[in-house]
Design a protein around this ligand. Structure first.
Ligand SMILES: *[C@@H]1O[C@H](CO)[C@@H](O)[C@H](O)[C@H]1NC(C)=O
Length: 146
């Protein structure tokens, strides 16, 4: 029991020292890819108005994120878009605000993700994220981790 308390205290210290890292920096989800009738086998990147080969990645400007064209492992294979973004915004907290100096919205993903600064003792809370993302069967299951 005593060692558990020591462990818990250490963990709390680590979490406090590591404020910005106690949450994954990026979130991933798989969605069916947009495919143009005339370009089967390619993902359509609507933010770039271009087709993208499987395995290739593109930035989602003006949004902060990145997508990869993925072929699923099921039969017949389907084209999927692996979307990576900064995840949900934290719940509003008057003691925390967007760090305008550190946040660089024009940087490439994931450096464009918002960085928040809190007053001492304040901590941001994030909305619950469904742990089971709608990952199509046969696709990489590892992406469902939030
Ligand atoms: C933001 O990121 C872009 C792209 O990496 C860079 O060119 C620019 O200098 C950065 N701006 C600031 C204020 O750091």
């Amino acid at each position: 029991m005593k060692s558990f308390v020591v462990f818990a205290v250490c963990l709390a210290v680590v979490l406090a020292a590591d404020k910005e890292e106690d949450r994954p920096k990026t979130f991933k989800r798989l969605i069916p890819a947009d495919v143009l009738r005339d370009f089967p086998g390619m993902c359509f990147a609507s933010t770039r108005c271009a087709t993208v080969e499987p395995g290739k990645t593109w930035e989602l400007h003006p949004f902060c994120g990145r997508s990869t064209c993925v072929v699923s492992e099921d039969k017949p294979p389907r084209l999927l878009e692996l979307v990576e973004d900064c995840g949900p915004l934290p719940l509003a907290n008057p003691k925390c605000k967007l760090d305008e100096e550190k946040t660089n919205k024009t940087a490439a993903f994931p450096d464009c993700c918002p960085i928040f600064a809190c007053e001492d003792g304040a901590k941001l809370e994030y909305p619950e994220i469904p742990t089971v993302a709608p990952v199509p069967e046969g696709a990489e299951a590892t992406t469902a981790k939030a």
